[in-house]
Ligand binder design. Sequence first.
Ligand SMILES: [Zn+2]
Ligand SMILES: [Zn+2]
Length: 252
Amino acid sequence: MQKRVRMQNGEMLQGGKRLFNRVLDLVYPRRCAVCDEITDYPGRGVCSSCENKIIYIKAPFCMKCGRQLNRQEGELCEACMRKKHLFVQGTALYDYGSMSDSIFRFKYEGRQEYALFYGKQLYEKRGKWLAYIKPDALIPVPVHPSRKRSRGYNQSELIARALSELSGIPVNTKLVVRTKKTLPQKNLSERERQNNLKRAFKIRQNDVKLNTIVIIDDIFTTGSTINEMAGVLKKAGIREIYFMTLAVGRGM
Ligand SMILES: [Zn+2]
Ligand SMILES: [Zn+2]
């Protein structure tokens, strides 16, 4: 009997919440994370017709960095065969090409609301991976405080918070900070990227009690940023470092 009452209450609550969300959607209509128009499918954050424009990373992918492999030729992509990474493993959700406009708007044009969609997708499609790793924390790649001030937010932190909300894994933004204002990586060569990032990150707390963490970022390209950050975290005593990004480029 008691169980039944509780169920009815639960249903009422859910119904109430749904109504509240619907009212919110009328006041602030949600934009589709793919085409940026007001979506016909607000609960999902994407239009029903846009959902199948997204290209997901699927097996076979590189066992180290998560990059899409064209066919199962081995476990690692070419880049990972050449270069040693400091992280254990990483995973990415989207093929960068199919979501580059979306990520650009999210990062530079104030579309913070996309984080809800991204977080939901990461949880739906990579939740099992997270459950297997059992990280103690999600650590978003920090941006320099002046950049955060001018942009108003750190895009990686928004992704981490949305994912944390669903997975229950806490976000840690206190441990590592960005102390150097680095140049945007995209126009730099591999060597320039590494120099650009030297001493870019610093540990702020020394009493770390984390064993396993997942670095969260928007895009994985050459991996220089995540590698540099992983090095700093390793020195701080974190044993197992993984990463998760929204997107990964092909053959870089
Ligand atoms: Zn759309
Ligand atoms: Zn790889």
